[in-house]
Ligand binder design. Structure first.
Ligand SMILES: NC(=O)c1ccc[n+]([C@@H]2O[C@H](COP(=O)([O-])OP(=O)(O)OC[C@H]3O[C@@H](n4cnc5c(N)ncnc54)[C@H](OP(=O)(O)O)[C@@H]3O)[C@@H](O)[C@H]2O)c1
Length: 263
């Protein structure tokens, strides 16, 4: 299937590893001209080299921390120097915080909001002129299945990620007059550096093997296994394509069936 995005400019934020990296790879494989961003120069350089080895295409990269407003403005200037329009924007930055409600102070709540919601707001807002210029741009923001079926001990990220769904549904309608579609992909448990580190920490704390932790957390997933980052990225690339031209304001679960609410 030709997704129709050959030659289109795309920016993937949070692409040095994990799901964002696979989104960049998937978009490159479809012929898009991909730019990548995250905080670490070292990780970005390695990701760009790896993407070039895999696809034969050089990938420009820029260091920015989306919890820093000035960084996001610098990112916009860097993107604007490369293209006058941005048909595809993916934000893959975010994460969860395992803690009990009583352990969380205001700083933890504000930090999670900035990381998961305000960061995405800044990324979209600062590129709005370039998105409008494209005429039919697609924005895809990574959410989480936890927003649809709140996980225990993750109250702060459950709430932030639920806010992202509201953002996507509001923005998709508000930006429709500019031809901009806005959707979210909500992964379930996915084996990326994020989960790798979490499982390693649990393994140390509980004195059980890494594989046992993964087995335990797989048991409540109907598909009985974690997702692979490329399985999430496939949906992101599809939503970023022209094959989903009637899809906007949606939060699509890619979670092996873990979140099974009727609405
Ligand atoms: N993995 C899962 O099980 C899972 C489940 C549900 C939802 N999700 C969601 O899916 C998305 C991707 O998750 P992932 O597992 O791929 O995460 P990950 O493995 O932690 O990768 C996150 C990426 O974002 C970059 N990043 C982190 N903080 C940043 C910041 N402040 N500014 C700019 N870049 C930043 C990281 O690179 P640098 O270190 O170079 O900045 C990295 O490239 C997130 O929104 C996450 O909440 C993941």
């Amino acid at each position: 299937m030709d997704l129709g995005i050959r030659g289109e400019h795309a920016l993937v934020v949070g692409a040095s590893e994990g799901i964002g990296y696979e989104c960049a790879k998937g978009l490159l494989e479809e012929g898009a001209q991909v730019m990548i961003c995250s905080r670490s120069e070292q990780k970005l350089a390695a990701a760009a080299a790896s993407l070039e080895r895999a696809t034969g295409v050089a990938v420009p990269w820029f260091c920015a921390d989306i919890t820093n407003a000035q960084d996001v403005l610098r990112l916009r200037d860097w993107v604007g120097a490369r293209t006058s329009s941005l048909p595809i924007l993916v934000n893959a930055v975010g994460g969860s915080h395992r803690a009990l409600f009583e352990e969380l102070d205001d700083a933890a709540w504000l930090g999670s909001f900035e990381f998961n919601v305000l960061g995405a707001v800044r990324v979209v807002r600062s590129h709005l002129d370039l998105l409008k210029q494209a005429g039919n741009a697609r924005v895809v923001i990574l959410g989480a299945a936890g927003a649809r079926m709140p996980y225990p001990h993750q109250v702060v990220s459950n709430v932030s990620k639920a806010g992202l769904i509201a953002l996507v549904k509001t923005l998709g309608a508000e930006l429709q007059p500019y031809g901009i579609r806005v959707n979210s992909v909500s992964p379930g448990r996915t084996l990326t550096p994020l989960w790798q580190q979490r499982a390693e920490k649990m393994s140390r704390e509980r004195g059980v093997g890494f594989e046992e932790i993964i087995r335990e957390f797989s048991a409540e997933i109907p598909m009985q296994r974690f997702g692979q980052p490329e399985e999430i990225a496939s949906m992101v690339v599809f939503l970023a394509s022209h094959k989903t031209s009637y899809v906007t304001c949606q939060s699509i679960l890619v979670d092996g069936g873990i979140a099974r609410g009727l609405i």
